[in-house]
Design a protein around this ligand. Structure first.
Ligand SMILES: [Zn+2]
Length: 413
């Protein structure tokens, strides 16, 4: 019985000697081994082999476990505390289901019971076993794409480009250590929501595919905490969902060469964003929240920015409807809502409510005005908007009341 993971053996005597452990594990193969075939009774032992120590170090297990720490076993981590020698064997980056199986066998050996699984012999581990520890794999042609073999579980960086993929390979979604996934230059039409289960994913490259949307489910996933760089350029996306702005860790977004007719109007919430390019789309204007961004680089070249409307569009209803009143109250008082409390379509309405220049919200009763903004006010480096050398773009603003509109009319002129 074997387990592949990272191991760090920490002596509990170190702190007493004023020393500290390295805090970093090494790739290792753990095996439950038969001590010697002739000894009787023959309790199994634990053998930890690494690339530097292929013969491995042996640890007794029978009645020798002081404690098992398994709180993070679902993240592939656990610690085995031995009595003799006084060490903590810290396991990490393991496949969680293999780890669970291995730990229950370890428990059995500790109690002196028989283990169901076959035990290994005390032999050194072949170097090829350590290949399973690869952290990076780059595939750039169809013929190199693994069909019969699985991807190594330890992968942190996987690139499969020019492989003609029409969907995301489910085997990739089991690679829980992935930080960087590059699926550029394929024919992917749709992203599975389970990409959001890759809890460490920081970079996702989908450049040059056939995507038509980016799903709300992904915006609500753990990507909110991990995703920093997203490349969706050269796809067929017409609009991003408003929930997209909940991916708050994003620093780099590439949206060039799509069919975008608008940017998510809550884009100002992406406070970590530093690099944004959405060149060669169909944007007629920008949302007013765009003013809150603080970028290093911005490229909006080749869009269809329209001349600002001189006259505002007035959608004010006086008096306000009951729906408008309640929606404004819920949003302005930050009362939590969800589809478990109110109908789903109302949630959507609330999610897409407009923000007035005064900071308050409005649903369907508002005045809409267009102004222009110089892109240099939000970014250090700006690629010119058109061949005329302009960096001025129209932005759309909403006003919740006539007062707000009149007070801001100076700005509008
Ligand atoms: Zn207002």
């Amino acid at each position: 019985m074997k387990l592949h993971c990272e191991v760090e053996v920490v002596s509990r005597l170190l702190p007493a000697l004023g020393l500290r452990n390295r805090g970093k594990g090494s790739r290792a193969v753990l095996s439950l081994c038969q001590q010697t075939p002739t000894s009787h009774p023959h309790p199994a032992c634990l053998l930890i082999s690494t690339l530097k120590d292929k013969r491995g170090t042996r640890y007794e297990l029978k009645e020798n476990i002081e404690q098992l720490f398994t709180k993070f076993v679902d993240e592939g981590k656990a610690t085995v505390r031995l009595k003799k020698p006084p060490v903590d064997i810290c396991l990490s980056k393991a496949n969680s289901s293999s780890l669970k199986g291995f730990l229950s066998a370890v428990r059995l050996v500790h109690r002196g019971s028989d283990v169901d699984a076959p035990l290994s012999t005390l032999t050194s581990v072949k170097p090829s076993e350590f290949e399973k520890f690869k952290t990076k794999m780059v595939i750039t042609s169809k013929k190199d794409y693994p069909l019969s073999k699985n991807f190594p579980y330890s992968l942190e960086h996987l690139q499969t480009s020019y492989c003609g993929l029409v969907r995301v390979d489910m085997r990739m979604l089991c690679l829980k250590n992935l930080r960087k996934l590059d699926l550029s230059h394929n024919h992917i039409k749709k992203l599975p929501a389970t990409i959001g289960d890759l809890i460490h994913l920081q970079e996702l490259n989908l450049n040059d595919n056939h995507l038509e949307s980016f799903s709300v489910a992904l915006c609500h996933s753990t990507l909110q905490k991990s995703l920093r760089c997203l490349d969706l350029s050269k796809n067929k996306i017409k609009a991003l969902p408003v929930q997209f702005c909940q991916l708050r860790e994003l620093t780099d977004i590439k949206l060039d060469d799509n069919e975008l007719i608008r940017l998510p109007f809550k884009i100002g919430q992406l406070t970590n964003l530093r690099f944004l390019s959405a060149a060669r789309n169909k944007l007629p204007f920008l949302p007013s929240e765009f003013k809150h961004l603080s970028l290093e680089y911005l490229d909006l070249f080749g869009n269809r920015f329209e001349q600002p409307e001189v006259l505002p569009i007035i959608m004010l209803q006086v008096p306000l409807t009951l729906l408008e009143y309640s929606a404004r109250t819920v949003l302005n008082s930050r009362i939590p809502y969800g589809s478990h409390i109110i109908p789903f379509h109302l949630c959507e309405d609330l999610d897409t409510a407009k923000t007035c220049v005064c900071g308050r919200f409005c649903l369907s009763s508002f005045i809409q005005g267009t102004t222009t903004m110089n892109l240099h006010s939000v970014a250090h480096t700006v690629v010119l908007v058109d061949n005329m050398g302009s960096t001025e773009v129209p932005i759309i603003s909403y006003f919740c009341s006539l007062d707000c509109y009149v007070n801001s009319s100076v700005m509008l002129k």
